[in-house]
Write a protein that binds this ligand. Structure first.
Ligand SMILES: NC(=O)c1ccc[n+]([C@@H]2O[C@H](COP(=O)([O-])OP(=O)(O)OC[C@H]3O[C@@H](n4cnc5c(N)ncnc54)[C@H](O)[C@@H]3O)[C@@H](O)[C@H]2O)c1
Length: 407
């Protein structure tokens, strides 16, 4: 057996170019060998030939690359809606595959992808849910699962740190419109948090959501979201997001029986109660008395936040038969289901129960797609790629290409 994997990239755009730079700068494990790139944009392939001095073959379609026999595995980094089609192509060619987030834009196409994956258990199908590598979320998930501070009572997540200006929407011919991205904030920026929600707290049973479409940007899709996520036992949470707040915060507050927990970035803080509230509440108490709480302290974690690098390495190791750390690509369905439920509620003005029927959502989504306007081609398709390769800020470079480990 070889001790390396020949990897092909499908989609050399903004995110694909991060993976390529990461590879050519030697930031990935040596077992990862980028041997081919497929993209439908000839300018991008020319740019690779002219600028990347590595042994990488270029193809004008995923099919041509997959038929060439030059790759054992592929990373799919095409626009969201194309992911399932590309993943299915890879699997049918006997090629391991990493799907970038989100798994797709609607339940039906992701279910079809997962059915194909079921037929190929010998292939490692993984998904780039890189935020799951964050030490703070991993620790919170452990706390919730072990019930270290009792049961979760309420969750409030404010995800306002995905600021996007008009330049972002103008840089891609598919973003900002229903028939290109099939959604905005939720499908484009927040798939990470939507996935983390169900990964840490479980799938809610009901979703009520309001969205503002093109409130602060000249786009068809949403840039404002407020959702209530409910569980059948009566617990509730809120999920709010806007892509129009400069320096907006990403703050997750979780109230449990015996503590309040807050996550900010890769740090997690706890405020413990003197005893679990359900127990405390039984004693004789004053009318407005409250449980005594301890001062807020940071919860120690392993400090690791490996992000894309960690997900890719776990996938490569699993392909090579070493380690079990890779995400199962089929898990991408859960966050697509939850995000579809948010849209369904916003489209209809009604509360939506989960699981959601994929066909019902598809029909509702296609009503928006049918009246969606085509965007003109972008003025400079190479701008996102050049931007990636010109990043100088060490923090940004570390975020995308290196190990982000707190010291
Ligand atoms: N995991 C993360 O942190 C992260 C971050 C950003 C983007 N992404 C994901 O990456 C994907 C791509 O986003 P982007 O910003 O790079 O977009 P992009 O438009 O810059 O790149 C997409 C590329 O795919 C190519 N393409 C389109 N259809 C194709 C096809 N059928 N075959 C081959 N190539 C095709 C386009 O020419 C383009 O170069 C999105 O799904 C996005 O959600 C993930």
């Amino acid at each position: 057996m070889k001790d390396f994997v020949r990897v092909g990239l499908i989609g050399f755009g903004k995110q694909g170019s991060h993976y390529v730079r990461s590879y050519v700068e030697g930031r990935l494990i040596p077992q990862f060998r980028l041997t081919a790139i497929a993209d439908i944009c000839p300018e991008k392939l020319k740019w690779v030939k002219d600028n990347i001095h590595a042994d990488i073959e270029c193809f004008d379609s995923a099919e041509a690359m997959l038929s060439s026999g030059k790759v054992d595995a592929c990373i799919v980094t095409t626009p969201h809606a194309v992911h399932p089609e590309n993943v299915i192509q890879c699997l049918r060619h006997g090629v391991h595959v990493m799907c970038d987030k989100p798994a797709g834009v609607h339940i039906l196409q992701v279910e079809e992808m997962n059915r194909e994956a079921e037929k190929h258990p010998e292939l490692v199908f993984s998904i780039m849910l890189n935020q799951r590598t964050n030490c703070a979320y991993r620790e919170l998930r452990r706390i919730v699962q072990t019930e270290e501070y009792g049961k979760v009572r309420r969750i409030n997540w404010q995800v306002n740190n995905w600021y996007r200006s008009h330049v972002y929407y103008e840089s891609f011919d598919w973003r900002g419109i229903w028939k290109g991205a099939y959604g905005g904030t939720i499908v484009d920026q927040c798939p990470h948090q939507v996935d983390l929600w169900q990964w840490m707290f479980g799938m809610p049973d009901k979703v009520t959501c309001r969205m503002g479409f093109g409130v602060h940007h000249n786009i068809e899709v949403e840039d404002e979201v407020s959702a209530i996520l409910e569980y059948n036992d009566g617990r509730m949470g809120t999920f709010n997001s806007s892509t129009s707040i400069p320096n907006g915060q990403n703050i997750l507050e979780v109230n449990l029986d015996a503590a309040n927990i807050t996550v900010k970035g890769d740090r997690i803080y706890v405020e413990k109660f003197c005893m679990p509230e359900p127990e405390w509440e039984k004693g004789p108490r004053g009318i407005y008395e409250k449980p005594v709480v301890e001062p807020v302290v940071e919860i120690p974690t392993d400090g690791k936040n490996l992000q894309h690098k960690g997900v890719i390495e776990a996938w490569i190791n699993k392909i090579l038969g070493k380690g079990e750390g890779a995400n199962d690509g089929k898990e991408g369905l859960d966050s697509v289901m939850l995000s579809n439920a948010m849209y369904m509620s916003a489209f209809t003005g009604k509360t939506v129960e989960l699981p959601l029927d994929g066909k019902v959502y598809y029909d509702e989504l296609m009503k928006r797609v049918a009246v969606s306007k085509t965007k003109p081609p972008v003025a400079d398709p190479l701008a996102p790629v050049r931007e990636t390769f010109s990043i100088k800020d060490p923090k940004q470079v570390e975020k995308y290409f290196g190990i982000t480990e707190r010291v």
